[in-house]
Design a protein around this ligand. Structure first.
Ligand code: SF4
Ligand code: SF4
Length: 422
């Protein structure tokens, strides 16, 4: 096995703490993922990616930088990956899903901040995320208040650029976001010294749409009964989509889908055909946040969809046709991103339609609404989701949690009761 310690030293990681983190992650991964019965063979690739999570992929980023390229970190699906690729840079989603560095963040940020915000900031403070260390700068966004204020503080520790995302999907909001996409283009060109051309951008968008199509194909296969893949594995794949090489990742997801098609044809699945089918909706689950899926699937349910930024909100939207000029493509990218039904928008009623469509289309027996603690946008919107689903006759369980293990027993009891009820 390659020893990556010299690379981690070069990146300025706290080696001692980083070793502790990797060991804990490795143990958790084998317990949760490798022990699943009847897993698709093509999950081997994704297991390999996780086994090299802070190794090979980080080395690829470092090699890219050594050859003069840039790496750009991001935390939100609103930051257009294709624009970054078109500048010859590599976009990479940053670590934000572990309790590990939350106490570090709480030394600086208020405790009553969402765990995703605390985790991302804590990883920087504790010097345990090689991805932020390898990123030349981070692109933040003005989505929720927690993140946008955190970016101001993060800028004291790491080069940070913030895009403005409108709060309303009006013509004025659209105009603002198109200008912000132009602003990001200028920033990327200044950082990389490379002009974004119409052909380069079209190619990058083709790649990103290809990744989204592969994930849509995977999501489509989860309609089958029995489900051909576990919710845990499907969630993991979307989490990996944020940082793996786009071409290789797309190929591997399509290869997995070929295998899943065979399974569906032969009526093979990961769970019994009678297992309760659950849709999860709400706050994103950044890697390695597997807590809710673990609890649901250990209790005998199977998760068949995530209305989440680590789910349909990441891959549902494709770039609309445009005139092929740089300006036309940038407007199309802005329109594509603005389709995202994030709770940061007001109103955001389209999200309610998305949840219903997922529950109905995937023949779900119930929906679990997932709020990260102190995530006010999704917590408030849960009221509307609850009312809408009640009107549709779809059972709903509302869960509010963080990244710690403290409430696991209580959550398990509530989940068991919910599954029994449906
Ligand atoms: S939930 Fe909203 S703010 Fe969070 S990643 Fe998704 S789009 Fe961005
Ligand atoms: S989960 Fe909610 S509070 Fe946390 S970063 Fe996302 S939108 Fe903000």
């Amino acid at each position: 096995m390659t020893d990556y310690h010299p690379m981690w030293t070069e990146l300025g990681l706290d080696l001692e703490r980083h070793d502790v983190l990797l060991e804990a992650l490795g143990g958790m991964y084998s317990d949760l993922f490798l022990g699943q019965k009847n897993r698709p063979k093509s999950m081997d690739y994704f297991d390999f990616v996780v086994s090299e999570i802070h190794g090979l992929r980080v080395k690829e980023l470092q090699d890219h930088r050594a050859a003069g390229g840039k790496v750009v970190g991001l935390y939100c699906v609103f930051v257009p990956e294709d624009l970054i690729l078109a500048a010859g840079a590599i976009p990479v989603g940053l670590c934000a899903g572990a309790q590990f560095a939350v106490p570090d963040a709480e030394e600086v940020l208020p405790r009553n901040t969402c765990p995703l915000v605390k985790s991302s900031f804590g990883f920087k403070l504790s010097r345990t995320c090689p991805y932020i260390q390898a990123s030349d700068f981070v692109v933040g966004e003005t989505t929720c208040d927690g993140k946008k204020k955190m970016y101001e503080i993060l800028a004291d520790y790491h080069p940070t650029y913030v895009m403005e995302v409108p709060q309303k999907k009006t013509p004025l909001g659209r105009q603002l976001f198109i200008e912000e996409v132009h602003g990001l283009k200028a920033k990327l060109e200044a950082e990389t010294g490379r002009a974004i051309t119409a052909s380069g951008l079209a190619e990058a968008t083709r790649l990103i749409d290809g990744k989204r199509r592969a994930l849509q194909r995977l999501q489509g296969l989860r309609k089958a009964r029995p489900a051909p893949i576990s919710g845990l594995d499907a969630l993991l794949i979307v989490q990996i989509a944020f940082y793996d090489d786009v071409v290789r990742f797309t190929e591997k997801v399509n290869a997995l889908c070929d295998e899943l098609e065979q399974r569906v044809e032969h009526g093979e699945g990961i769970a019994s055909p009678n297992a309760a089918r659950i849709v999860v909706s709400g706050s994103p689950m950044a890697i390695p946040n597997w807590k809710l899926h673990q609890l649901l699937e250990e209790s005998g349910a199977v998760v068949v969809g995530e209305e989440s930024c680590t789910g349909t909100r990441y891959f549902n939207y494709l770039t609309p046709a445009n005139d092929g000029t740089v300006d036309g493509q940038l407007a199309a990218i802005a329109d594509r991103q603005l389709e995202t039904n994030c709770a940061c928008f007001t109103p955001n009623d389209e999200r309610l339609d998305d949840v219903v469509a997922l529950a109905r289309g995937w023949d779900a027996d119930g929906v679990v609404h997932y709020d990260l603690q102190f995530c006010h946008t999704f917590a408030n919107e849960a009221v509307k989701v609850e009312r809408r689903l009640a009107g549709e006759g779809v059972p709903l369980l509302r869960i509010e949690t963080d990244y710690s293990e403290e409430d696991v027993g209580q959550l398990r009891t509530r989940i068991d009761a919910f599954l029994e009820m449906i």
